[in-house]
Design a protein around this ligand. Structure first.
Ligand SMILES: *Cc1c(COP(=O)(O)O)cnc(C)c1O
Length: 400
């Protein structure tokens, strides 16, 4: 079987809910992946930041193998000997009092929304079924019906109504608009510190600080969705750390498993996560010992290998190199740490053709929206790898 055979099979039997690049990968290691024809590529997407620790990290792999050989799943009907250790390690690392484990990012977001609503009714005293949650235009927080109910992207919603009520939209990066939208029934404001899928949109400096103050003043929970920006991606543990802001609730996922397994979690205070009583919420696989063992190893790698510091150093270097490329196609280079967006001018003919050209050059990345190329390599990347990548990126951005 070659590339074309695999693509034909996938197109025949798999729903077409993605438009992947036509590269069929079979092996990965660190920052590199290989396709079925033996070509090697530098992974400059990292599975949307799930691979911060790089492909197939040996320590995480070992943890997975060991735990799979011992006990992969108990369900939460019984306890296991990994979840308590993950919970302590995660809380000690992040400074939160409690965590709630789930699997996918969308489930963590749903969990955060449920926690905020229940907190609103049982702690803040909002009348039954009146809770409002404020969200941002341009958000991406997952694909469930409730989450797309507050999406502002027409394609994410079209054909999927009716939608879940209780959400209010304000422009991203506009603290005045947030203040104006808060009512006595507002229980939470949900925000991505940088909008990743939205096009690597970095809000104005001071935005999160003002948001924090407003939430404090109006007794509104600040929910930061750090599923993409968290765990080192932006050069801090959390992107919120750049403004010294501590959200009331943080959702994490993606890199929490180093790419081996879907693991997500909600972090918050005892006051917030304490609203859940036995039976309120759950997940068959959430908090399973395999997930917990993998996540423990993934977090250890992040700290032991100083990946957060490396993201900061290499991110600054990559950003500097990208900004020096003199291409007529580039409108703006923006981002933080190793989450970088290159926005192209309308005249460039869309980001897709540049991603396809980069694939030909041995570098894999993906457009987000029509005109932004997102660069998010694994955090284990070194300066010489960036030099290698820049040579190719420069060549492609100089295409007519
Ligand atoms: C990827 C992502 C999600 C959804 O995670 P899934 O694991 O795909 O459900 C939610 N929020 C943000 C910010 C993301 O980047």
């Amino acid at each position: 079987m070659n590339t074309r055979d695999y693509i034909a099979l996938e197109d025949q039997y798999n729903a077409h809910n993605y438009k992947p690049l036509d590269v069929v990968l079979e092996r990965g290691e660190g920052i590199w992946v290989w396709d079925v024809d033996g070509n090697r590529y530098l992974d400059f997407l990292s599975a949307y930041s799930a691979l911060n620790q790089g492909h197939k990290h040996p320590r995480i792999l070992q943890a997975l193998l060991d735990q799979a050989a011992r006990l992969p799943l108990t369900s939460r009907a019984f306890r296991n000997d990994q979840l308590p250790l993950l919970a302590r390690e995660l809380c000690e690392l992040t400074g939160y009092e409690m965590m709630l484990p789930m699997n996918t990012g969308a489930e963590a977001v749903e969990t955060a929304l449920k926690a905020a609503r229940k907190w609103g009714y049982t702690v803040k005293g909002v009348p039954d079924n009146q809770a409002e949650i404020i969200t941002c235009a341009g958000n991406f927080q997952g694909r469930t019906i409730s989450i797309i109910s507050f999406s502002t992207e027409p394609q994410y919603r079209a054909g999927f109504g009716p939608f879940t009520p209780g959400f209010v939209t304000v422009p991203y990066g506009d603290a005045d608009a947030l203040e104006a939208a808060i009512t006595p029934n507002t229980v939470a404001f949900s925000v991505e510190p940088i909008q990743g899928e939205g096009g690597v949109i970095v809000p104005p400096a001071g935005y999160l600080r003002r948001v924090r103050d407003l939430c404090d003043r109006h007794r509104v929970l600040l929910i930061a969705d750090e599923i993409q920006t968290g765990l080192g991606r932006t050069g801090r543990l959390f992107a919120s750390d750049w403004e010294d802001v501590k959200p009331d609730i943080i959702t994490i996922g993606k890199a929490l498993s180093g790419g081996f397994y879907p693991v997500s979690a909600v972090l918050a205070s005892r006051e917030v996560l304490g609203v859940f009583r036995p039976g309120d919420h759950g997940s068959t696989f959430g908090g399973n010992p395999l997930a917990a063992a993998v996540a423990r190893a993934a977090l250890q790698v992040l700290t032991d290998e100083h990946l957060i510091e490396n993201a900061c150093i290499q991110g600054e270097y990559l950003m500097g190199r990208l900004r020096r490329i003199e291409s007529d196609h580039v409108q703006e280079v923006r981002g933080r740490g190793l989450l970088i967006g290159v926005e192209l001018k309308a005249s460039a003919g869309g980001a897709r053709r540049f991603c396809e050209a980069l694939q030909q050059e041995g570098l894999l990345c993906k457009e987000t929206h029509d005109n932004v190329i997102r660069f998010a390599p694994p955090l284990v990347i070194r300066r010489e790898d960036i030099d290698w990548a820049i040579e190719r990126i420069e060549k492609v951005l100089m295409m007519p």
